[in-house]
Write a protein that binds this ligand. Structure first.
Ligand code: NAP
Length: 349
């Protein structure tokens, strides 16, 4: 690309916003030129308004940007959104109405029938719903979303199984504390402990998985007709969501066929060599005690989901463990890959 596309981040001062700032640093296609947040931060320099919580220092080219109000006006056409869910619905809609392409990480619009809930390796074709979204709502712009951070690990882990007919899924998560934002869970609650409740998470995992693994037909996405049950737990791990998964399959493949499907699994981002695409979106680890968050989560820039311990399940057909980076593949990296896919489709021209 000769000239990089100017982009902005809504909610840039928050935890996920900071991950966007970091992930977009030196991006070959996108150049971060605009940052938006609440009225509390607007008018200040990004470096003053933001308590930088990530490893390493705040990128210099961003620290001097003035934080803008989250209102359409002078923002670039392409905006990533990491806004607080309590305000994202109206603000994202206002930007889409004003002609912006809003690539959102917030939960607000994910389950709307005319909004793609994208995992580009799985359902890149769901972008075909966007013209219907624009027609119905009279928007010049659009909203595209990425899934919840545990859903993305589950769906990428399940994606190679889809060809065998997924019928029922049981998924038990061990979710990192970084998934709760900052300051997140109190240290007195999480140290040496497991909290077996994350508000709204199980419902999101169940519904989003069916939408992502569903098929597009005409102007609608038909959800996968499979039953999905999730148990969500917060554990004292910094980064990396684990999902212990059991799956029932219509075609009853053997283990070798599944391992071959995992090994061959690639998607549109790999075919098009998109800048943030990992060489392989799903990698099987042979060692019997892997994947592990501390050892594996940062590999491949946090964009790969690692699977291990595939074995037969006496209740459903097979069980395995999946691991993914919740703030990279589950948040900022997911949204940037979505925008790269849209760019490669000519949707940002
Ligand atoms: P956060 O740290 O609380 O940041 C929220 C951001 O929203 C801040 O930039 C804040 O700006 C801005 N904001 C708040 N009120 C606003 C308003 N009235 N108008 C405009 N901007 C406003 O939250 P987070 O953890 O980054 O999460 C952001 C979103 O990502 C949420 O929807 C969350 O559900 C989703 N998400 C989070 C994770 C995760 O790992 N944390 C993963 C996936 C998805 P100020 O600094 O000015 O207040």
């Amino acid at each position: 690309m000769e000239q990089r596309i100017e982009v902005g981040v809504l909610g840039a001062t928050g935890m996920v916003g900071q991950h966007f700032v970091k992930f977009l640093q030196n991006h070959p296609w996108f150049e971060l030129k605009w940052v938006g947040a609440s009225d509390r931060s607007a008018g200040k320099k990004y470096g003053e308004a933001t308590s930088w919580r990530l490893d390493g220092v705040m990128p210099e080219n961003v620290s001097g940007l003035t934080v803008e109000e989250s209102k359409p006006g002078n923002a670039p056409r392409l905006l990533f959104s990491a806004m607080d869910a309590s305000v994202a619905t109206e603000i994202e809609r206002a930007f889409a109405e004003a002609g912006h392409v809003v690539v959102s990480n917030s939960r607000n619009h994910r389950m709307e029938p005319d909004v793609p809930l994208l995992v580009p390796e799985i359902n890149a074709d769901h972008l075909r719903i966007v013209p219907a979204q624009q027609r119905r709502r009279g928007w010049k712009g659009q909203i595209v979303t990425n899934p919840n951070c545990s859903t993305i690990v589950l769906t990428l882990g399940l994606a190679p199984f889809k060809q065998f007919g997924i019928q029922r899924v049981l998924a038990t998560t061990m979710q990192a504390i970084s998934g709760a934002g900052y300051p997140g869970v109190a240290s007195m609650d999480i140290n040496g402990n497991v909290i077996p409740f994350i508000g709204g998470e199980e419902e999101k995992m169940q519904q989003e998985t069916q939408k992502i693994l569903g098929e597009i037909g005409g102007d609608e996405i038909r959800h996968l007709d499979a039953r999905v049950s999730a148990h969500c737990n917060r554990v004292p791990v910094v980064d990396g969501h684990m999902v212990a998964t059991s799956v029932e399959l219509r075609d009853k493949p053997d283990e070798a066929a599944i391992l071959e499907a995992i090994s061959n699994f690639r998607g549109v981002p790999q075919e098009r060599n998109l800048p943030s695409a990992p060489a392989r979106p799903v990698v099987y680890l042979e060692q019997k005690d892997r994947p592990q968050p501390r050892r594996d989560v940062e590999r491949e820039r946090g964009m790969t989901v690692f699977i291990g311990r595939l074995r037969s399940c006496p209740v459903l057909d097979f069980k395995f463990m999946a691991l993914g980076h919740n703030t990279v593949r589950g948040a900022a990296g997911a949204a940037v890959l979505n925008a790269e896919l849209m760019c490669s489709e000519g949707m940002l021209d």
